[in-house]
Design a protein around this ligand. Structure first.
Ligand code: NAI
Ligand code: 0TF
Length: 259
């Protein structure tokens, strides 16, 4: 898994506000309203315990502080434990956390200790970025393209199939595509310029994954992928609206999904 860097987390709230404006302009809803539409929940007075985890590549500076800023932004009562790992877990429980947020290099979870619900960042990120793309108010059809069918893209594609969209998908990994065809019924997308999409979910760790032939003149690209897969000049030439943010949108979905 590509790990976040401290630089990714700089100016997080500016990036959030910028993306919230784009999302509102293109879907008529803000991030909190979209989370509510997906999960049917609203934050109450949950206490969120954020535990720094030292295993693997260790602490990412600003990661826990960013999570705290996110809980604050969405009106929740967050706190970072003084100690990491198991000692931090004990501290979160004795500090009366309702929900635990913690991440190692492989998985990032939200666990609600009151109702037992547990969520992963990759699934919630796929679902919310897919939902954002699918709510594009200028969409010309119910056809949507998913680029990258890994952990995030697969969850997004599944969400879109369940919502009744016709999902085209591409991934160089043949095994993944076979599974997605069989289990989700996605249509393999051949990038030959004959079909262009007004809604695109991009979920790869690579740049330049979006070519001119994939996108309609007016379109919304929704991508958690780091770095961004949309080349700047294509975005400019085609007037693409771009939703792309490194942490907050996915974490908002995690929190709403376990409330
Ligand atoms: P993954 O490694 O499970 O899947 C990535 C998939 O993209 C692979 O199946 C790969 O074959 C495919 N791929 C690579 N190049 C491609 C191309 N040119 N065209 C089509 N498919 C291509 O990764 P995962 O966990 O799904 O994450 C995807 C991206 O999302 C990463 O950059 C990750 O860092 C980012 N991410 C961002 C979050 C956020 O909040 N912004 C949250 C979680 C992940
Ligand atoms: O970097 C990642 C994920 C995050 C997805 C959200 N965009 N790509 N995971 C590693 C997090 C490690 C956190 C660290 N253990 C800490 O500071 O607690």
């Amino acid at each position: 898994m590509a790990l976040l860097t401290p630089e990714d987390l700089e100016n997080l709230l500016d990036k959030l506000n910028h993306n919230n404006e784009i999302i509102k302009k293109n879907t008529g809803m803000d991030i909190a309203e979209i989370c509510h539409a997906i999960y049917g929940t609203n934050p109450g007075n949950e206490r969120i315990g954020i535990i720094p985890i030292t295993s693997g590549n260790g602490i990412i500076s600003n990661f826990s502080a960013s999570l705290l800023a996110i809980t604050d932004y969405f009106g929740m009562d967050g706190f970072i434990t003084k100690h990491p790992d198991i000692t931090g877990y004990y501290e979160a429980i004795t500090g009366k956390a309702d929900i635990i947020l913690m991440a190692d290099d492989h998985i990032f979870i939200a666990h609600n200790l009151r109702n037992g619900k547990i969520a992963t960042n990759h699934v919630c990120t796929g679902v919310i970025y897919a939902e954002i793309a699918s709510r594009y108010i200028h969409a010309d059809s119910k056809e949507i393209l998913v680029i990258g069918m890994g952990k995030v893209g697969y969850a997004g594609a599944e969400h879109l199939v369940n919502k009744g969209f016709t999902v085209y998908a591409c991934d160089p990994d043949k095994k993944i595509m076979e599974k997605a065809k069989k289990e989700l019924g996605v249509i393999p997308y051949r990038c030959d310029g004959t079909r262009k999409f007004s809604m695109v979910l991009e979920a790869t760790p690579n740049p330049n994954t979006i070519s001119e032939g994939m996108v309609a003149e007016r379109c919304l690209v929704s991508t958690p992928g780091i770095p961004c897969g949309l080349p700047e000049e294509i975005g400019r030439r085609k007037g693409v609206d771009l939703v792309m943010e490194p942490l907050v949108i996915g974490v908002a979905a995690m929190l709403y999904s376990v409330i």
